[in-house]
Design a protein around this ligand. Sequence first.
Ligand SMILES: *Cc1c(COP(=O)(O)O)cnc(C)c1O
Length: 221
Amino acid sequence: MSIQNQLNTIKSALPQQVTLVAVSKTKPVSDILEAYNAGQRIFGENKIQEMAEKHEQLPKDIEWHMIGHVQRNKVKYMASFVNLIHGVDNEKLLVEINKQALKHKRIINCLLQIKIADEDSKFGMSEHEATTLLQSEVFASLKNINIVGLMGMATFTDNESQIKAEFTQLKTIFNTISALKETTEDFKIISMGMSGDYELAIACGSTMVRIGSSIFGARNY
Ligand SMILES: *Cc1c(COP(=O)(O)O)cnc(C)c1O
């Protein structure tokens, strides 16, 4: 199937409250344009420099989401244009995003990444760490970032009940954090679900799915 067909098939099956991030990492600009011409405007990348290069080359009404792990020293390369940073998992990173956003007179939307997977390789904070960060004095001083929700990745496993339990855990943490006075009415995104598990993620409360290979085909690294 073509990229356009895959995209349309997935989009038509998504509930309307769920936003699709088309994950275009490693894929050429021509593939992104094909999805763009089918109406897709939100694309996700996991490497900042790759995203910046693609941003340069592609239509400016694309919303770029950084879905990968963010190195602090590279925030400056995306601060002028990034729409949402999914993987914020520590205070120093948030301070740097705020600083770079201020330079560009922007407010940058961020998700806090919560570690729900049972794998050492996955990044993210615990619920306690996220709450502590949101209630800190440092956080209160950051005027150029907006925390709009949470992001999580389930364990890479065939065990569906484990994945379901992890997604449900993220939804529960989301409910707790959204009740804190430190979060605003903008706090409404739960970014969870990829090609292999997005239907389950939606059943567990996801409002944003990040889908790559089911749209663009398998990646060759
Ligand atoms: C690559 C990636 C995805 C998309 O994965 P697919 O299995 O290709 O859909 C989603 N989220 C993150 C954080 C990724 O790095």
